[in-house]
Design a binder for this molecule. Structure first.
Ligand code: TRP
Length: 446
């Protein structure tokens, strides 16, 4: 199912994704992100937002020249690959001052405990702990806050769908959570975004057969010159079978890369050639020609764009202007919503009835056909967050509910044997719901 055919309402569906500006695009980025995004951006009824996440780059990289160069190369790559800045909104994150402003508003509705659980941060803490170091050694507050900045990127433009790699799913869940919590406190302002994982997009192997990734140093730069491309392809790992011996396509990095560029017919032909014992040298030549056929016209455009950074700059500034037409009025509403208001426009305080109307997550207790007593926790939208196993008496069930209401997530560990396991996707929403229940909020009249 593609999200574009899954229209939830008649409003155009918005797609948004960011690219961190720390490296040079490689073939894996092209196949996994640039090519499908450019294709999706030409779809009817879709509105696409693509941006260079240069504030995010500062979290990982303290070399100013590299950030500038990477911003230039990534922008030029997307444009060379056919992204039409007239059809989409293509901008640089740091040209939108409303994004850091929104980051702060979201920071104030994000539980610190939820950020403690972010994979990237937790991985650093685990590594430090394993090495016997201070858990937060070499962890910047920027790394810790990364998901909130990303939440602001997404929520600012009311994106419905966020095409990302699997490693980013948790960040989208967190953005959803922030949106829910903000809407709960201040009224419906944000769209709840969803991660969009393109199952059909293959993970491209790199030169050594592992996933192509800068961190493995096994990449083929997308727009490397023709001669260099040929040299790099010659270095792809193969087995030692001689020409004439049949070859295996399974596990062959060369075959997988070919498949990502070839038509079905071309793939079938190469499969047959493998069975017929094509020599590795010849197979590499085929792969080189196939990639170069697709990349060469883009490479020429890329080189021309790199020669004209002023043109790229003006494209990005025009994109920022388009983006800010949405961001400016929206942040104005949000400021008003949280109470950052001109003093002359003071309104009477909200009536107690209005305050009482805000919806909280609820516990429901009930008895099953087998006579045992259960409870569950539903969020304000009725989504199931937590489900108990059966208790012998209603008192036992009520006592467990009471513990969760008073101690929040801290009570979960002790109740573990009495609860259904919590799915990974709901654990953040659960933590935030429990926090909402345990803390004094406007609904208690404070
Ligand atoms: N964190 C993303 C990555 O590393 C990049 C990113 C920043 C992003 N902000 C975003 C992706 C907003 C999607 C939406 O891949």
């Amino acid at each position: 199912m593609t999200a574009m055919t899954n229209k939830q309402n008649s409003a155009p569906q918005r797609f948004l994704t960011g690219i961190t500006t720390t490296g040079t695009p490689h073939l894996g980025n092209y196949v996994g992100s640039i090519r499908p995004s450019v294709a999706a951006s030409t779809g009817v009824g879709a509105e696409s937002f693509y941006f260079l996440a240069d504030y995010h780059a500062l979290i990982k990289c303290d070399e100013p020249a590299r950030i500038q160069q990477s911003t230039l190369e990534i922008a030029a790559s997307w444009l060379a690959a056919g992204l039409d800045p007239e059809r989409v909104t293509f901008y640089r994150q740091s040209d939108i001052p409303e994004i850091p402003e929104l980051t702060w508003l979201l920071t104030c509705v994000t539980a610190k405990g939820v950020l403690n659980r972010a994979h990237a941060y937790k991985a650093s803490v685990d590594k430090n702990t394993a090495a016997g170091n201070d858990p937060d050694a070499d962890v910047s507050a920027g790394l810790f806050m990364y998901p909130v900045l990303m939440g602001a990127d997404i929520l600012m433009f009311k994106a419905h769908h966020v095409p990302v790699g699997r490693d980013q799913i948790q960040h989208i869940e967190m953005a959803r959570d922030m949106a829910q919590r903000f809407n709960h406190l201040y009224g419906e302002h944000f769209v709840l975004p969803q991660a969009l994982i393109e199952e059909s997009v293959a993970l491209l192997p790199g030169l050594d057969g592992r996933k192509m990734s800068k961190s493995y140093d096994n990449t083929i730069p997308l727009f490397t010159p023709r001669e260099q491309l040929k040299k790099l392809i010659a270095g792809i790992v193969t087995d030692s079978r001689a020409p004439g011996e049949p070859k295996e396509v399974d596990g062959s990095a060369l075959f997988q890369i070919y498949q990502a560029f070839a038509s079905d017919q071309e793939t079938t032909d190469l499969r047959k050639a493998y069975a017929d014992g094509i020599g590795w040298g010849e197979a590499k030549q085929l792969l080189f020609e196939r990639i170069d056929r697709e990349v060469a016209p883009m490479r020429a455009r890329y080189q021309a764009l790199l020669q004209d950074p002023a043109k790229i700059e003006s494209i990005l500034l025009a994109g920022a202007e388009k983006a800010r037409k949405l961001a400016l009025p929206f942040i104005r509403d949000l400021r008003h919503a949280v109470g950052l208001r001109p003093l002359a426009s003071r309104q009477a305080p909200a009536s107690p009835q209005r305050i009482a109307k805000t919806v909280l997550p609820v516990f429901k207790q009930y008895r099953e056909a087998d006579g045992r007593f259960h409870f569950k926790l539903l969020d304000a939208q009725g989504r199931l967050l937590l489900q108990s196993l059966g208790f012998d008496s209603p008192r036992d069930a009520a006592q467990a509910v009471k513990m969760l209401q008073t101690q929040g997530a801290a009570a979960l560990a002790g109740l573990q044997s009495r609860l259904e396991p919590v799915a990974d996707e709901t654990s953040l929403a659960l933590a935030s719901a429990l926090q909402q229940l345990t803390e004094p909020g406007p609904e208690t009249g404070q």
